[in-house]
Design a binder for this molecule. Structure first.
Ligand code: COA
Length: 260
């Protein structure tokens, strides 16, 4: 697949998606959002891919937000449509993917950029990363899930402070508040993402996909996460990965999961 605004690479069982509009600090225009959807859909459908890493090109930005120039003259309905469509095809889409997604935050992750990172399952950041939801400084509120996912990750009080002040936090503050799992140097960022990916790839992709569903179920209104867990736990017993995992344990060898 050819992309205008992304670099899509496959390295063994890993897909690396790099948002590539460095001159615009990788801001998410309409085309990039659609391309990201297509790239994530392609990686998720590829049975050989077990983990997806998402990052930004250049040394300055992961993603500096939604492309402000595209919505500066929008009216109410267009604004709602922008948020609804974006949430559906990209942000909710990533969160509910069967394949785990690691966001490697290599610089500014602002507005839609932080919302994109928060839709990923795991976030790591380089020391130079700066994160924030500056929408209220533009007379807006976050529209790509930020008002929901930020409080889930850092707690309501910290989320309110970030949203109301529209300020940025650095990588260490993000680590302390649970927004990112690890902080490292910019040079080591991708190596760390790949190291975490390697650990994930040792395990059953089917079980991981089921775990993603169960964890997410607990955050969906009207859905009982414990019931989803019971259902997913039961379903795991019918998989070939379960047979292989338990057999390998009893035979004292490393499992080779068939992924079914
Ligand atoms: N949408 C559109 N263009 C953006 C953008 C965005 N969210 N963020 C950065 N850019 C563009 C700038 O307009 C500039 O383009 P130009 O060279 O054609 O003028 C280019 O990217 C470089 O950005 P610049 O502002 O010159 O870099 P900086 O180092 O001075 O500042 C930021 C970096 C991130 C602090 C600043 O770009 C910024 O505040 N961006 C907007 C962040 C934001 O509010 N995001 C939420 C959107 S809802």
């Amino acid at each position: 697949m050819n992309f205008e605004n992304l670099i899509y690479e496959v390295d063994d069982h890993l897909a690396i998606i790099t948002i590539n509009r460095p001159k615009k600090l990788n801001a998410l225009n309409k085309e990039t959002i659609q391309e990201l959807h297509d790239a994530f859909a392609e990686a998720d459908a590829d049975e050989d891919i077990g983990v997806i890493i998402l990052t930004g090109s250049g040394e300055k930005a992961f993603v500096a937000g939604a492309d402000i120039s595209e919505f500066a003259d929008f009216e109410e309905e267009e604004g709602a449509l922008l948020a609804r469509k974006g949430q559906k095809i990209l942000f909710d889409f990533i969160e509910n993917l069967s394949t785990p997604v690691i966001a490697a935050i290599n610089g500014f992750a602002l507005g839609g950029g932080l919302e994109l990172a928060m839709a990923a399952h795991i976030r790591i950041a380089s020391h130079n990363a700066r994160m924030g939801l500056p929408e209220t400084s533009l007379g807006l509120i976050p529209g790509y899930g930020g008002t929901q996912r930020l409080p889930q990750l850092v707690g309501k009080g910290r989320a309110f402070e970030m949203i109301m002040t529209a300020g940025m936090i650095d990588a260490d503050q993000a680590f302390q508040s649970g927004l990112v799992n690890h902080v490292t140097s910019q040079e080591e960022l991708m190596a760390l993402a790949e190291k975490i990916a390697g650990k994930i790839l040792n395990n059953s992709g089917v079980a991981i996909a089921t775990a993603i569903q169960a964890v997410n179920a607990g955050f969906k209104p009207g859905v009982n996460g414990y019931d989803a867990e019971i259902e997913g736990f039961g379903a795991s017993f019918a998989t070939e990965d379960f047979k292989e995992g338990t057999t390998a344990f009893l035979e004292k060898r490393k499992p080779e999961f068939p992924g079914k």
